[in-house]
Write a protein that binds this ligand. Structure first.
Ligand code: HEC
Ligand code: HEC
Length: 152
């Protein structure tokens, strides 16, 4: 009975409010002291951004070894000149049925002519039209983390 009266006494409430305010003040001051780092770094907003590192595309004669059987092979050459648009596919200038022999390029896989219903088409299937959705060129950069993947 006596205890209940004490805990709601005005003096006790005052003490709790003071502790709360003190804790808030400590939090506000300590967060202001921490420096906030954005992706931009501590660059001033009106200064030029750091230059983007250029990555040299790796050209590998004979292609890049696959790590597993159904892996889309990686592209062993540069691709910046070959455009893929609604009107045309720059990759097929060398990798199509018609052109591959002359260009000494590997022909796109037969799977690339099959649509989702299993029909084999004359033209590359729209499922495989955007080549770089699956195939990517490589650079000589060292991996950011060690890779212990073993191919099957
Ligand atoms: C000027 C002709 C040409 C064009 C255009 C071209 N390639 Fe190639 N590509 C080649 C040749 C030649 C090779 C074989 C290189 C080698 O093995 O030395 C090759 C290899 C590849 C390979 C490796 C195949 C394997 O089995 O290892 C892939 C994947 C590939 N190209 C994808 C593409 C994509 C995607 C594009 C369009 C962005 C493209 N290529 C445009 C000529 C071309
Ligand atoms: C949805 C993913 C996907 C897309 C899109 C795609 N490929 Fe492939 N590609 C693969 C896979 C997976 C393989 C390996 C298995 C196979 O041949 O189907 C392959 C194999 C290849 C090969 C090697 C064929 C062989 O017999 O060794 C070439 C060359 C190639 N693709 C070129 C292309 C080109 C050019 C395009 C665009 C017109 C393209 N691919 C679009 C997934 C894709």
């Amino acid at each position: 009975m006596f205890k209940t009266i004490k805990s709601t006494s005005p003096l006790f409430i005052k003490k709790r409010v003071t502790i709360f305010l003190l804790a808030m003040a400590v939090m506000i001051f300590s967060s202001a002291a921490m420096s906030v780092q954005s992706l931009r770094g501590d660059h001033a907003l009106d200064a030029d951004a750091n230059k983007v590192m250029k990555h040299k595309i790796d050209t590998v004669e004979g292609g890049i070894k696959r790590n597993f059987k159904l892996q889309p092979p990686m592209i062993p050459h540069t691709i910046d000149k070959y455009k893929i648009t609604l009107k045309g596919n720059g990759c097929m200038k060398c990798h199509s049925e018609k052109a591959y022999k002359k260009e000494k390029a590997p022909k796109v896989g037969d799977s690339h002519y099959v649509d989702r219903d299993g029909n084999t088409l004359k033209k590359v299937s729209s499922r495989r039209y955007f080549c770089n959705q699956c195939h990517a060129p490589q650079t000589k950069d060292a991996p950011l983390v060690e890779n212990v993947y073993e191919g099957i």
